[in-house]
Design a protein around this ligand. Structure first.
Ligand code: HEM
Length: 207
């Protein structure tokens, strides 16, 4: 019985973490849209516009920090959640949708952070992005084409635009869908658990 309580507690923690993950995605999306009002996705322009947001736009630096915190915390929370699910040994087939959406949410959050490497067009981001592109280029057969798709050629305005599109349209929409699906799958499991507990109580009181 104690083991069952422990697993139920872990299940509740998983659901709470899924709510936190959804809140972080919403916060990242909202602050991202706020940044987009002033952000200029071009080489050089990206750096200047973010400096302008930080220094001259009222509340700009807070919005930027919130976006940074929400985006990076999402990776941690989504990962932590998988660990809690694993500790709760939730390996029944009914948990499949929670596992699949949870794992993809982690990957998409990492993808959002990765596509943001070049978005601020500073020295670190620029050289790191160049290095990443060299690694991608080295992938046999598909490397060259993949680099071409991601950058549109060299590391310049087109690359910033490509990364910005992937980051702000594609990945953020997928993150939103996955976090909602993930939470829905966990709430479904909670309801299942409540029904199971009721049946167990009835069986105990009948015997
Ligand atoms: C679920 C949605 C999103 C996630 C998880 C996310 C995540 C991130 C992360 C991790 C960074 C890097 C922050 C850093 O470490 O400096 C970033 C930067 C950025 N994101 Fe997003 N983002 C999301 C949505 C959006 C949207 C919708 C937009 C615009 C419409 C956007 C625009 C930007 C811009 C312009 C930057 C560069 C800002 C900077 O370097 O301070 N993001 N994002």
């Amino acid at each position: 019985m104690k083991n069952l309580d422990y697993r139920f507690a872990l299940q509740r923690i998983t659901t709470i973490l899924a709510v936190v993950a959804l809140a972080l995605v919403l916060l990242a999306a909202l602050t991202g849209v706020a940044l987009a009002f002033y952000y200029e996705p071009t080489a050089g322009g990206a750096y200047r516009s973010l400096e302008f947001i930080t220094r001259d736009v009222s509340g700009g630096s807070i919005i930027r920090s919130l976006h940074d915190i929400a985006g990076n915390a999402l990776i941690g929370v989504a990962l932590l959640q998988l660990v809690v699910m694993f500790l709760g040994r939730q390996f029944r087939p009914s948990w499949l949708s929670a596992w699949v959406s949870g794992i993809f949410l982690v990957l998409v959050a990492i993808g959002a952070s990765w596509t943001a490497i070049i978005l601020d067009w500073n020295q670190t981001g620029y050289w790191r992005f160049k290095l990443e592109m060299k690694t991608i280029e080295a992938i046999p057969w598909v490397g060259e084409s993949l680099r071409e798709i991601l950058t549109g050629g060299g590391v310049g305005s087109l690359a910033v635009e490509h990364m910005y599109t992937l980051h702000s349209y594609l990945l953020s929409a997928i993150a939103l869908i996955l976090s909602v699906l993930h939470l829905a799958a966990l709430v479904y499991q909670e309801r299942d658990r409540q029904q199971f507990s009721k049946t167990l109580d009835r069986l105990i009181s009948d015997s």
